[in-house]
Ligand binder design. Structure first.
Ligand code: SF4
Ligand code: SF4
Length: 446
């Protein structure tokens, strides 16, 4: 089994550009004098502040309490004093209240930080640690991890997939994590296995452009009979959940469905490591592994950054830029968000900070669709991007919904391949937003 490279249909092969950082060992970024910690760094409900101006806080102290189940607490990434609570810009383009803390430079740990041993803890106790540690999907989606680890009783999960694909060009933080911390990843994976219970097969999926990571993870898992490292074809978006599940198991998540509908749970390698740090070391999620790359940054790096450090400070730590970047992106070039300011904080969602030169950021001119069909052939979900986009641009969101716009995973493959540079992704995102609004309106009217 698995003697050929696994993959999915569709997808694209953009230049990988991982050579800039793949051999750069993880470094600790300088800890700033002031951190800005947003109370919403995840999908779901925001947190309420547990502190106020003038309060003393400790490293790892919970400072944000979730308002709902689909949410995640936030913690202080330094010890010091709360300066204020303000609305700030976030790197995902939204705004949220944030706790601004003046760092006292002491890193005095909170008393809640207590190392433990996963083997002696029950599945419920482990899940509660994951919940309290504020762990979210570390691949960039930031979906609260405890929610994914709580499938309803009528969904039997028999397959656990660990996502080490890291298919976005430029990004190498997962790659370095697999090389430098394979045992932490494995520890977290075993915690996930215990929490889910009943899992019979576990796969660690890694693209074939990461042979060193495949070697390290295979060695780490050599004594685990139910865990298998599988090699995936290097293709974008191989790391999207549905594509990963299909590539490894052949199971197809239905339209509008979730991985749990086909008995699968997918977690990122970074999430597994964060779980190890939380359970074994008692540390909540207060730092994030970030790749800083692109042609305009002076020194490309993989950095462990305290949450709340500004993009500007992270870039300064990399020596600034060699030329003013034409574009700065939060995340990877395919799914990331362009920034208009560097005064935004690193959050749990930040997987990369890319500084592009003029050439790298070159914008192509938009022209008329030439009906070449390339956008259809690359769509990993088998959608009709040109038709959905046309309906969206005409304001006909009902038709876009009928064409399954909501199934779009926003991978950007269609926009990337389009020779006419049509705004496919952007218009489909707009359709999704409008469809969601309409669904909410209808639900409220009932
Ligand atoms: S329609 Fe959506 S899922 Fe399909 S290629 Fe475009 S962005 Fe990706
Ligand atoms: S790839 Fe672009 S030009 Fe070709 S069919 Fe799709 S929208 Fe039209």
């Amino acid at each position: 089994m698995f003697n050929k490279l696994l993959s999915f249909t569709g997808g694209i092969y953009p230049p990988e550009n991982k050579h800039l950082t793949e051999n750069k060992a993880i470094e600790l970024c300088d800890v700033p004098e002031i951190v800005t910690i947003p109370l919403k760094q995840h999908i779901g409900a925001p947190c309420d502040a547990l502190v106020k101006k003038g309060d003393k806080v400790r490293l790892g102290q919970k400072i944000g309490q979730p308002r709902g189940f689909v949410s995640a607490p936030v913690h202080s990434s330094v010890s010091g004093e709360v300066k204020s609570i303000e609305i700030v810009d976030l790197p995902n383009g939204s705004k949220a209240p944030a706790v601004i803390i003046v760092n006292d430079g002491q890193d005095t740990p909170d008393e809640s930080i207590k190392p433990d041993n996963a083997e002696r803890l029950s599945a419920d106790a482990l899940k509660s640690i994951v919940t309290e540690a504020g762990i979210v999907g570390m691949g960039g989606a930031a979906f609260p991890t405890h929610v994914k680890l709580s499938p309803p009783d009528d969904r039997k999960i028999d397959i656990l997939l660990l996502n080490g694909a890291e298919c976005e060009p430029f990004l190498t933080s997962d790659y370095r994590l697999m090389i430098e911390h394979p045992d932490d990843i494995l520890y977290g994976l075993k915690v996930i296995r215990k929490i889910l219970g009943g899992v019979s097969r576990i796969y660690i999926g890694i693209e074939d452009n990461k042979p060193q990571a495949i070697k390290q993870m295979t060695a780490a898992a050599k004594n685990e009979n139910d865990i298998q490292v599988v090699t995936l074809r290097t293709k974008y978006p191989q790391g999207a959940e549905k594509q990963l599940i299909y590539a490894i198991t052949g199971r197809q998540v239905p339209s509008g469905g979730l991985p749990m509908d086909v008995g699968a749970v997918v977690q990122n390698v970074g999430t597994a490591a964060a779980i190890a740090f939380a359970v074994r070391d008692g540390l909540p999620l207060y730092r994030k592994l970030v790749t800083v790359s692109g042609g305009a940054v002076r020194e490309q790096k993989n950095l462990m950054v305290r949450i709340g450090t500004s993009f500007r400070e992270v870039i300064d730590f990399c020596g600034g830029w060699t030329e003013e970047p034409a574009k700065v992106i939060n995340g990877g070039p395919m799914m990331g968000v362009a920034q208009y300011t560097l005064d935004v904080p690193v959050t749990k969602e930040t997987s990369g900070i890319l500084l592009f030169t003029k050439e790298e950021a070159a914008v192509r001119e938009v022209s008329n669709c030439i009906r070449c069909g390339r956008c259809i052939s690359v769509c990993p979900i088998h959608l009709m991007p040109l038709t959905i986009s046309a309906r969206s641009l005409a304001g006909n969101y009902e038709e876009a919904d009928k064409l399954h716009a909501m199934d779009c995973v926003e991978c950007g493959s269609c926009s990337y391949i389009c020779p006419a540079s049509r705004p496919l992704l952007h218009s489909i995102q707009m359709a999704k937003k409008e469809i969601m609004e309409e669904r909410k309106r209808r639900a409220q009217a009932k």
